[in-house]
Design a protein around this ligand. Structure first.
Ligand SMILES: Cc1cc2nc3c(=O)[nH]c(=O)nc-3n(C[C@H](O)[C@H](O)[C@H](O)COP(=O)(O)O)c2cc1C
Length: 329
């Protein structure tokens, strides 16, 4: 079975399991984190410190399952205004020797309207983040409108937002990490939020997700911009475009081609970025640590570097739900 098919088959089966009367109950009891402690982060109360990173439940279809498996939060998306199919298949590859994944999914998702509708039935006691992006056909000049559309339509149904300008699989997207365009997008969303708050709606935190491939100057820009725009925090990091330090043979890696690399090989780079940002912020800006967490010790490294919460994706594929339980408790 291809990696992508395995993903959908497993999740469809788990969706049936959690909804089956006695079996579902037993399944939930098996993964319940009885000794997990809640934690405050960016003004929200999270049931525990571990979440499912964006891209796993792009369409908000598996929230009940992920809650049952012990996640305290799930970041859905990346959601774009219009539904889009993403890149041609195959687009998801496992590098088993490296406990890594290369993907060039390209924001395949059902579009914001269908996803917002689905979220009307979201489970309680699970924090849901809305990770938002732009459609492939939208130019970078018009990108701000795509972020605004997703922000507006998801606002009633999510607990926080993550602005994604760091995926390597939408052509030109990462150029939005530059100071000019990023300031425009973040200011636009902050201003919409101020209007929502004036109308009596809750103030939802806005986070920014960044790439692990930024140089020091670019990271300094991100720090300055975070403080200027007064957004609530960061998510560090997305996948890397680097192919350094892999054990998988070069020919195999080259044959896979373009895409973002995640899992164990991204851990060091990702933690370095996290640590740099947290030092600059001196604990005043909350940051979620994500990238290469495959054990409780890996999560502890992120907390030590200054992360308030962690998220997992590749580690969850390789280690399974025991990883979630180990970190949460
Ligand atoms: C198949 C796949 C799809 C992903 N899709 C998204 C996405 O849509 N939006 C996003 O912000 N990050 C996406 N990511 C990145 C993850 O959220 C995470 O930042 C990255 O994989 C590093 O964490 P990990 O090493 O635990 O996998 C994706 C990752 C993978 C492996």
């Amino acid at each position: 079975m291809s990696a992508e098919k395995a993903h959908h088959v497993t999740l469809t089966l788990l969706n049936i399991v959690v909804k089956t009367p006695i079996i579902g109950h037993l399944f939930k009891a098996m993964w319940r984190n009885t000794n997990a402690q809640g934690v405050d982060f960016a003004g929200l109360h999270f049931p525990n410190r571990v979440g499912l990173a964006a891209g796993f439940d792009k369409n908000a279809k598996y929230l009940e399952v992920m809650k049952a498996l012990g996640f305290g939060h799930v970041e859905i998306g990346t959601v774009t205004p219009k539904a889009q199919p993403g890149n041609d298949k195959p687009r998801l590859f496992r590098l088993v020797k490296d406990e890594a994944i290369i993907n060039r999914m390209g924001f395949n998702n059902d579009g914001v309207d269908i996803i917002a509708e689905r979220l009307k039935n979201r489970p309680a006691n699970l924090i849901v983040g809305g990770n938002i992006g732009k459609n492939k056909v939208t130019s970078n000049e018009d990108a701000v409108n795509d972020y605004k559309i997703c922000f507006d339509k998801l606002y009633p149904y999510v607990d926080y937002f993550t602005v994604n300008v760091s995926s390597p699989n939408t052509p030109g997207l990462r150029a939005l990490q530059d100071r000019g365009p990023l300031t425009e997008i973040l200011n636009a969303l902050m201003s919409m939020r101020a209007d929502f708050v004036k109308q009596g709606k809750k103030q939802l935190p806005i986070l920014l997700k960044i790439a692990p491939d930024l140089n020091q100057e670019q990271l300094d820009d991100i720090v300055a911009l975070t403080l200027e725009t007064k957004i609530d925090g960061l998510v560090a990091t997305n996948t890397t475009i680097s192919r350094e330090g892999l054990s998988t043979d070069k020919a195999t890696v080259e044959a896979i081609g373009a895409g973002g690399l995640s899992g164990k090989p991204v851990k060091e780079k990702s933690t370095e970025v996290l640590s740099y940002l947290c030092q600059k912020f001196e604990g005043k800006v909350p940051v979620i640590g994500v990238g290469g967490i495959h054990s409780k010790a890996d999560a502890d490294e992120k907390f030590k570097a200054g992360a308030g919460l962690v998220q997992v994706y590749s580690g969850f594929i390789y280690e399974g739900p025991a990883l979630v339980k180990a970190i949460a408790s």
